[in-house]
Design a protein around this ligand. Structure first.
Ligand SMILES: Cc1cc2nc3c(=O)[nH]c(=O)nc-3n(C[C@H](O)[C@H](O)[C@H](O)COP(=O)(O)OP(=O)(O)OC[C@H]3O[C@@H](n4cnc5c(N)ncnc54)[C@H](O)[C@@H]3O)c2cc1C
Length: 388
């Protein structure tokens, strides 16, 4: 068993770390100020500019197959890169990517949806959740009824990330009521100009998802993504890919925040001594590090299984559950170590505190991860001590 990164992985890690330090961290105080004053932290044009510089270093399409011009670095390298990128709160991602399920596009759809998304000319959103169906995604009610060579969509989606910015949505609707959700749901590619509209939802985070409204929206049959009635599996594939990625981001945020707490504790003096000399503070630092390391290995294990083309669903649920809770604990301790300063908008700590709270909710809540993990054990799909 070899826990070390390969030479190539170390090089990539160092390059991304340097890139984050040089290109993104200098923008942090502007991001905080802009957000405090109600503006987007960073303008879209600036993001594109930085993405272009990243592309020169080879960071473009890190998960995108070579046939589409991507670097296709694989799950393990992606995990390492995500941990590094999450060390800054500047909202940035490398360009050249598309949702994993868009690769199910047929040749004609590829030209209209997949390629323009990879090239940054179009923007997608993933629309599964409804007001009456979140965790219980199999209970979605949005109907699609066939009308000649079109389908008519009626219903509402809620909490859709990028729902205000996207110009097309991957929409999940019931196409066969008899078969129930699992065999009777279809995914449609629906352009905004086919007639859906969106409303911003204000959240405790710095960005808001959207409600999407569909009233007799006519979608051509040729816009079905994948198979008719094959939508539920596509939806689960999309969600599954995000779970271990959240654990990776949790490691990046928690490490950066903990480093800030370590440095602050060494300079903040109370009762004649730096607070770092108090056991109460030392234990918060130690517990945080232990939890970060545990998440790192859980996330890398889930990524490694994906790299080996093995089923990583159980490992992903474990990593997501542990990672999203870990980062909430760590950021809370970091805020506590900073005292009143931690509560101000001068520092990013309160921003992380609000942002990472979401991670225990989306892409499967804590309770749903526990449900999956225990069900796999109780039904014998996974046996204790046989996780490798
Ligand atoms: C900011 C944000 C962005 C999002 N982005 C997207 C997106 O892009 N696309 C999309 O489709 N969705 C998106 N979502 C939706 C998200 O996936 C759901 O909010 C999430 O799955 C939980 O569903 P819910 O909010 O309906 O809560 P519910 O399912 O109503 O759950 C409420 C509470 O009950 C618990 N619970 C539910 N069932 C059980 C059970 N069987 N046993 C024990 N406890 C249970 C839950 O864990 C939770 O604590 C987003 C949500 C947010 C907040």
């Amino acid at each position: 068993m070899d826990f070390s990164l390969t030479y190539e992985q170390k090089m990539v890690q160092q390059t991304v770390r340097d890139f984050v330090k040089k290109e993104l961290m200098p923008l942090e105080s502007d991001v905080l100020r802009n957000e405090r004053e109600g503006r987007p932290g960073i303008k879209a044009g600036k993001i594109r500019e930085i993405q272009a510089r990243a592309k020169e270093l080879g960071f473009w399409g890190i998960n995108t197959p070579e046939e589409y011009g991507g670097a296709n670095l694989g799950p393990l390298m992606t995990a390492v890169i995500s941990m590094e990128l999450a060390r800054t709160f500047v909202p940035f991602a490398f360009g050249g990517t598309a949702d994993n399920i868009l690769y199910y596009c047929n040749e004609e759809q590829k030209q209209r949806y997949l390629l323009p998304t990879i090239n940054g000319e179009r923007r997608s959103c993933f629309a599964l959740t409804e007001p009456g169906a979140g965790s219980d995604a199999a209970n979605i009610q949005m109907r699609a009824i066939k009308d000649g060579d079109h389908w008519i969509l009626n219903g509402e989606k809620v909490f859709i990330t990028n729902g205000n910015e996207a110009d097309f949505a991957m929409v999940f609707a019931v196409t066969d009521v008899e078969k129930g959700a699992r065999g009777g749901v279809t995914c449609f590619l629906v352009d905004r100009d086919m007639g859906w509209h969106s409303d911003y939802i204000h959240t405790m985070g710095e960005w808001g998802p959207a409600s999407l409204y569909f009233e007799n929206v006519r979608v051509p049959e040729k816009n079905i993504l994948g198979q008719l009635h094959g939508g539920f599996d596509l939806g689960m594939q999309w969600i599954g890919a995000g779970r271990w990625a959240i654990a990776c981001r949790a490691v990046g945020v928690a490490e950066r925040a903990l480093q800030m707490a370590i440095e602050y504790s060494q300079t903040r003096v109370t009762f004649g001594k730096p607070i770092s000399e108090r056991q109460a503070i030392q234990w918060m630092i130690a517990d945080s590090h232990v939890e970060i390391e545990a998440t790192r290995w859980l996330a890398l294990h889930a990524a490694w299984l994906a790299e080996q083309k093995q089923d990583n669903r159980h490992a992903s649920s474990i990593a997501k559950l542990h990672g999203s809770n870990m980062v909430n604990h760590v950021v809370d301790r970091v805020l506590q170590i900073h005292g009143g300063m931690g509560y101000t908008k001068e520092l990013p700590v309160e921003r992380w505190y609000r942002e990472v709270r979401l991670w225990r909710i989306f892409e499967g809540t804590d309770e749903i991860q526990r449900f999956i993990i225990s069900r796999n054990l109780l039904r014998g799909h996974v046996k204790l001590g046989e996780s490798l």
